[in-house]
Design a protein around this ligand. Structure first.
Ligand code: FES
Ligand code: FES
Length: 162
C-alpha cells in the first residue's frame, strides 16, 4: 500500500490578502498561485528555472515560483502581477510597458515587471547595465529586449517624478 502524503496547512499573504491553504508538500508556488488562488497572470514557460515567466516577489525578492515549494512560502508576503494595479490604477511599470511598447505576446511580461519592481524598489535610477542584470533571468522570445529596457527606464523616470 502506498503511503498517503498528508497536506500541509500554510498561510500566505498574496497581493495584500491573507489566505489559509492546504497544499501537498510537493506543490510548487506557481501551482498554488495559479490553481488554488486563480492568479493566472503568473505564467509557466519552462518549469526548469530557465525562462522567468513565473517570477513573483517573495518577501520583496524576485523568485522563480516554479522552483519554490508552496510550503517554503508559509508566512510570506507574495506579490504577483495582479497586485501591481491599485484601485483601478495601473502601476507606473505597467503604464511604461504600454507606452514604450515593451511587450508583444506578453507571455514574459508579468515576470519581467516583477523583476523590474524589485530593481526599482532598491535603485531609483538604474543604469542600462543594472537593468540588463536585473532581468537577466527573464527570457523574451519576441521583443529583442530593447523596448523592455526603454520601458523600465521610463518607469524609473515616472516613479522618480522626473
Ligand atoms: S516557468 Fe519558471 S523559470 Fe520558466
Ligand atoms: S513579449 Fe512575447 S515572450 Fe516576451
Amino acid at each position: 500500500m502506498p503511503e498517503t502524503i498528508e497536506n500541509v496547512a500554510i498561510r500566505v499573504t498574496v497581493n495584500g490578502q491573507q489566505h489559509s491553504l492546504q497544499v501537498e508538500p510537493r506543490t510548487l508556488l506557481v501551482e498554488m498561485l495559479r490553481e488554488q488562488l486563480d492568479l493566472t497572470g503568473t505564467h509557466v514557460g519552462c518549469d526548469t528555472t530557465y525562462c522567468g515567466a513565473c517570477t513573483v516577489l517573495l518577501n520583496g525578492a524576485a523568485v522563480k515560483s516554479c522552483t519554490v515549494l508552496a510550503v517554503q512560502a508559509d508566512g510570506a508576503e507574495i506579490t504577483t502581477v495582479e497586485g501591481l494595479e491599485r484601485n483601478g490604477q495601473l502601476h507606473p511599470i505597467q503604464k511604461a510597458f504600454g507606452e514604450a511598447y515593451g511587450l508583444q505576446c506578453g507571455y514574459c511580461t508579468p515576470g519581467i515587471m516583477l523583476s523590474a519592481l524589485q530593481l526599482l524598489t532598491k535603485n531609483k535610477k538604474p543604469s542600462e547595465k543594472e537593468i540588463r542584470k536585473a532581468i537577466a533571468g527573464n527570457t523574451c522570445r519576441c521583443t529583442g529586449y530593447q523596448n523592455i529596457f526603454k520601458a523600465i527606464q521610463l518607469a524609473a523616470q515616472n516613479m522618480r517624478g522626473t
